[in-house]
Ligand binder design. Structure first.
Ligand SMILES: CC(=O)N[C@@H]([C@@H](O)[C@H](O)[C@H](O)CO)[C@@H](O)CC(=O)C(=O)O
Length: 343
């Protein structure tokens, strides 16, 4: 992936390098490649099903070739869990991922600064590889400086952990442009290491990359159906829900892109789009992601937590037929007991 923004991409108008304040080098290598936004498995009575997380780690690594995870984010229903549950989920992923996963990033965003700080500190204590934070979305920060102040306070609770800003304006309602936020961010947040950009505004994303070429930031794109466009803009990695079950296919797209075989990469992207387009038309979100992952992996993800509703049997049946027609799923991939969506 475009880690280096290679020579051929450098425009003649290269901007003056900005001094980097974060020579506070982290031992970890830069977060890159695919990052699965993990689902939080639940039992039918709505409790977290910790018992399948070990199996889930093995599935991601062995079957999907995905070795980085993003825990307790949107897909993980992080904001629907109690603080105690979020701690336990984070701990379980770190424990089960030890020596198997490359990086475990924990989303610690919350409406309460105190809770966010507690989660950040906890992530550091359990040995996570990074933390990410969304903008608070009830009482909202309306300016860049206020948002930075909030993020800075959270980051300071885990001063040795790489910090990522999770930009997802459609869900938070905080529309401060990422480009604006990144301007001089390391002066305020020395642990800032990157951006998780879950938005379709590729002008904003491209400018984040372009204006920070001298930094070693990770630019992680979060709209799976248009990842290829973001790669062209300089994405260094991607965080998303579909990498749980389309990781292998998406990795093939990344490999084709790396080899500069754009036509093949585009074929993969279109193929992935055909599936996402299909499920989006049926109504697609976290509940449906849980149903698809159950179907594809055979690991029971269970229902989502209220206010989300379990995916319907019709949805699961249609998704299964589409996966098969696209050759994303063969009969041999189907595991016993995988068709558990309700009607
Ligand atoms: C709104 C949303 O859930 N977006 C997903 C995408 O992976 C999304 O499911 C995918 O692009 C299909 O639309 C991710 O950006 C979310 C994510 O990374 C997370 O769970 O934290």
């Amino acid at each position: 992936m475009a880690d280096n923004l290679g020579e051929e991409l450098k425009p003649p108008c290269l901007i003056t390098p900005r001094p980097t304040s974060s020579s506070m080098a982290f031992p970890k290598k830069k977060l890159q490649g695919l990052v699965a936004a993990t689902i939080t498995p639940m039992t039918d009575n709505g409790e977290i099903n910790f018992s399948v997380i070990g199996q889930y780690v093995d599935y991601l690594v062995k079957e999907q070739g995905v070795k980085n995870i993003f825990v307790n984010g949107t897909t993980g229903e992080g904001l629907s869990l109690s603080i105690s549950e979020r701690r336990q989920v984070a701990e379980e992923w770190v424990t089960k991922g030890k020596d198997k996963l490359d990086q475990v990033v924990i989303h610690v965003g919350a409406l309460s600064l105190k809770e966010s700080q507690e989660l950040a500190q906890h992530a550091a204590e359990i040995g996570a590889d990074g933390i990410a934070v969304i903008a608070p979305f009830f009482l909202k920060p309306w300016t860049k400086d206020i948002l930075i102040n909030f993020l800075k306070e959270v980051a300071a609770a885990a001063p040795a952990l790489p910090f990522y800003y999770y930009h997802i304006p459609a869900l938070t309602g905080v529309k401060i442009r990422a480009e604006e936020l990144l301007d001089g961010i390391q002066d305020k947040i020395p642990t800032f290491q990157g951006l998780k950009f879950s938005d379709t505004d590729l002008l904003d994303f491209g400018q984040c990359v372009d204006q920070n070429r001298q930094q070693q930031f990770a630019f992680l794109y979060g709209v799976d159906e248009q990842l290829l466009s973001a790669l062209v803009m300089g994405a260094t990695g991607a965080v998303g829900s579909t990498y749980n079950y389309l990781g292998k296919k998406t990795n093939q797209m990344l490999e084709a892109f790396e080899r500069k075989d754009l036509s093949l990469a585009l074929n993969y992207q279109f193929c992935i789009q055909r599936f996402i387009n299909f499920v989006v038309k049926l109504g697609f979100g976290v509940s449906q992601t849980k149903a698809i992952m159950t179907l594809v992996s055979g690991i029971p993800m269970g229902p989502p937590r209220l206010p989300l509703q379990k995916a319907s049997r019709e949805f699961t049946d249609s998704a299964e037929a589409k996966l098969k027609s696209l050759d994303f799923l063969s009969f041999t991939d189907l595991k016993d007991g995988s068709l558990e969506a309700s009607s």
